[in-house]
Design a protein around this ligand. Sequence first.
Ligand code: GLU
Length: 469
Amino acid sequence: MSEHVVTRIAPSPTGFMHVGTARTALFNWLYARGRGGQFLLRIEDTDRARSTPEATEAILKGMDWLGLDYDGEVVSQFARAERHAEVAHALLEKGAAYKCFSTQQDIEAFREAARAEGRSTLFQSPWRDCEPSQHPDAPYVVRLKTPQDGETVIDDQVQGRVTIRNDQLDDMVLLRSDGTPVYMLAVVVDDHDMGVTHVIRGDDHLNNAARQMGIYQAMGWPLPVYAHIPLIHGPDGKKLSKRHGALGVDEYQKMGYPAAGMRNYLARLGWSHGDDEFFTDDQAKEWFDLDGIGRSPARLDFKKLDNICGLHIAAAEDAALLQELEAFLAVTDRPGLTDAQRDAMARGMYCLKERAKSFPELLEKAQFILTDTPVVPDEKAAKALDSVSRGILAALTPQLQNASWDRNSLEAEMNGFAEAQETKFGKLAAPLRAALAGRAATPSVFDMMLVLGREESLARIAQAAGDQG
Ligand code: GLU
């Protein structure tokens, strides 16, 4: 495909990385990566009072966790302030912008008079058409000369054709009286200089687009394609807020969702491809298109997130999953794995990853590997170790000592033993789970025995048979 695509994510570093920002980043990433394009990261740190290095760090970490790799260096918007001012001066030169000497009081007075006369209170600067020779030696702001009639049409790929009458747009300030550029100017200059072809962002920026287009047009720059995506709502259909919990992507990481599952889920949050719910990154890159983005806000649905993540855990490659699990242990300040535990986890991953929707669920299944020894059964498991059961375990031990340690032999051995005891294998399972894992709910007894190996399994069974109660 020869289409030239450059997208970007341009978060403001004012706190954590919002899950909505992560979704917007993902959409931009998918769009670019699916087209052999570039995906860029710009930190919009012009608001010095609100921008913090910690918040920038949180964004970088969030991108890293989600596997959203970006091209080139991270761009700092603040560092480009001189360039933004340069463009404002170029607009002055061209006559597309002007110096406005109106003070705050002048503007207030204008508004009051407009209100009294029932006119629009949108400020109209008396300096718009003033000859420079008439300029006073006083502080000024630089304003864009917005066309006073006609309309601005945003041909939005999600919202459709959005028309705004130009008489509803005032001459926006580009440079403040101290010479610093405003955010709206910075966004346009940066997007232009970075070669951004597609601006995919939250629909809370739709109104900004009309104003930003004015700057592109005044500079004679080509417009980007716009796609303003509806914001994410909470499960109750209301705008996502603190009340709903889990606003930051770091929280999802700490809840133990795998990144691939999170990407799949976030992609489906507001975008669809037929009935496909579960897909790989490659499929998403191939399928993702602006046409598939819905016009109404998507709702967070944790059940769906769980399901999709469960499918990704089950489908993951064992070694990669173990690596991601260890990263999860680190970010949640849980103890790391010993070498022996890591080996056992690697051997057992095939059964641990079945039906686990998150890393905490996977760790719960891995309890038989992670438990301290001797195994101390929890309350429920202890009930399965009454004297009759302990007797059964004691009788089983010598049988197992001679068994070949593979699934078929172990199954045959157990079934034979159960028959000899005139019981069913099911009856053996509960005390064996208690002996091997100290839990009532575990992976299958055979899986645990195979992962633990003969020596450790027998030690645990003997321990439970002898010492408990
Ligand atoms: N910095 C803006 C935000 O965090 C995004 C601006 C844009 O995408 O144009 O919402």
